[in-house]
Write a protein that binds this ligand. Structure first.
Ligand SMILES: [Zn+2]
Length: 249
């Protein structure tokens, strides 16, 4: 047993090959998780408040069956899945015109969605609008290199397949999606979480170096900094008091 799935907690001899150009060790034979699912699951556990059991509202955009089932049952989570047309989702949503009021959600999961949306900047702005001040958005897209490639003259499914790799993809993103998210108003952390795991763990879980983008509201970060500064100030003044006291003695 030289593989372990951190999602279903099962050991196995090997994961199954998966994908158009069959990637070895990709799909868990028990729960069906792929590399990106296992990676983001570990990331959420390690780096976010998703599992802290405090009440939170979560919007899951374009839910895949596995992740939808796993996340919907997390304790104290007010879970809502949404998609433009998938029957798997609880409500229909147009990400460029979200029907919910501002500051509705603590967490938004947006995995492999933006590459399908023509006006992705509008979708980013809408996610920012419906995010609560202390909330976060997880964005994952296929990344092809450093720079995004798009061409408005590419409009047919045939051409999109040829230039963007899939009939319904609107562009090929590069790592500069970070800048685009920042321009929409997010504070963005570009995470390459697999690099933080040991070689043994990467092999055991069969995860690859895939890019994650953790987006928060810019002023949220200012507030956190401000709070940290206040804490530091308190600590300093406390130290000063102690010093004065010791001097007085
Ligand atoms: Zn599994």
């Amino acid at each position: 047993m030289n593989k372990f799935c951190p999602i279903c907690q099962m050991y196995t001899d090997r994961f199954r090959p998966f994908g158009e150009q069959k990637r070895p060790d990709a799909k868990c034979p028990n729960c069906g998780s792929l590399e990106r699912h296992r990676l983001v699951w570990c990331y959420f556990q390690e780096k976010t408040n998703l599992f802290d059991r405090k009440p939170k509202s979560l919007l899951h955009i374009a839910p895949e069956r596995l992740m939808g089932e796993l996340i919907a049952v997390i304790p104290n989570l007010d879970y809502l899945s949404a998609d433009i047309d998938s029957p798997l989702a609880m409500v229909k949503i147009d990400l460029t015109d979200i029907q919910y009021p501002a500051e509705s959600f603590d967490i938004i999961l947006c995995s492999h969605v933006l590459e399908h949306i023509l006006d992705d900047r509008k979708a980013m702005a809408e996610m920012l609008r419906v995010l609560k001040p202390k909330g976060w958005v997880n964005v994952q897209v296929p990344i092809y290199g450093p720079t995004t490639f798009e061409d408005p003259s590419v409009t047919t499914p045939e051409d999109r397949l040829k230039f963007f790799g899939q009939e319904d993809h609107m562009r090929k993103y590069g790592r500069d999606i970070k800048t685009r998210l920042e321009e929409a108003g997010f504070q963005v952390k570009h995470e390459r979480y697999a690099r933080e795991l040991s070689e043994e763990t990467r092999t055991l879980y069969a995860v690859r170096d895939q890019d994650l983008f953790l987006c928060t509201k810019a002023r949220n970060v200012w507030m956190l900094t401000h709070r940290a500064q206040r804490k530091r100030y308190k600590k300093c003044s406390h130290d000063h008091k102690r010093q004065r006291k010791s001097l007085a003695v």
